[in-house]
Design a protein around this ligand. Structure first.
Ligand code: PGA
Length: 247
């Protein structure tokens, strides 16, 4: 990509199981135009973040039920997301795969349900640490297996993939650019995916380098997204890169 080209870049915040003060968040965001920002609060807080839509921010959910409706205590259906005007939904986050034993089949069911609506799934894939093979090969094998199984009968053009190496999530160890670039390029070449995010310990210090990777169209940010000031700083870095301002 030539340095004079401006690339669209999504900034997605995943608040996970944390309560965030919506009023405080809004005031810390300031006046910046937030068209490329998606926030995923916990479901009970979605309503309190509604007013941020006025700034152009879009709202996403962190998960959805594989059941359409009915007697499934504790579940939140696609219908509930639609009625709350949710535009995006994270699916298959590694914390759900690990903590709730979510399988490829279950993730595939969720994707298919979401695709009956306008909600765009953000499918998270990524490898853990390998003891037996080079990490890059292990990463390719893992994402290939996940995506092959989970994208069956799913419209790949209407989906965002987030590549998140499990060892980089919440650890402060961001994957190096070569690794991110190779895996994101591999995913784009092997599957019909147009938009890929990188996730795993993204913050305002490493964002500039990640932005430069051709195959990356945005970032999925956990911990750093909890503070709106970090989001503002990250968006500022993206703007500076887009308009070639030194930072
Ligand atoms: P992190 O989380 O930014 O805290 O590493 C990323 C994620 O889990 O999506």
């Amino acid at each position: 990509m030539g340095s004079d080209m401006k690339k669209d870049f999504l900034l997605v915040g995943n608040f996970k199981n944390n309560m965030v003060d919506a009023k405080q968040y809004q005031s810390n965001l300031g006046d910046m135009e937030q068209k490329m920002v998606i926030l995923c609060p916990n479901f009970c807080q979605i309503e309190s973040f509604e007013s941020l839509r006025q700034k152009g921010i879009r709202l996403g959910a962190q998960d959805v039920s594989q059941f359409e409706n009915g007697s499934h205590t504790g579940e939140i259906s696609v219908d509930a997301l639609t009625k709350n005007h949710i535009e995006f939904c994270i699916v298959g986050h590694s914390e759900r795969r690990n903590d709730f034993a979510e399988s490829d089949n279950l993730i595939n069911q969720k994707l298919k349900l979401l695709q009956k609506t306008e909600i765009i799934p953000i499918l998270c894939v990524g490898e853990g640490v390998s003891d037996s093979m080079p990490q890059i090969e292990w990463a390719k094998q893992t994402v290939f297996e996940q995506l092959s199984a989970e994208l069956k009968n799913v419209d790949q053009a209407k989906l965002i993939v987030a590549y998140e190496p499990v060892w980089a999530i919440g650890t402060g160890k961001v994957a190096d650019n070569q690794h991110i670039s190779e895996i994101c390029a591999y995913i784009k070449k092997t599957f019909d995916i147009k938009t890929i995010l990188y996730g795993g310990s993204v913050n305002q210090d490493n964002l500039k380098e990640i932005y430069k990777i051709d195959f990356v169209d945005g970032v999925l940010v956990g911990k750093a997204s909890l503070d709106a000031k970090n989001m503002v700083a990250m968006q500022q870095k993206i703007c500076n890169e887009q308009f070639n301002i030194d930072n």
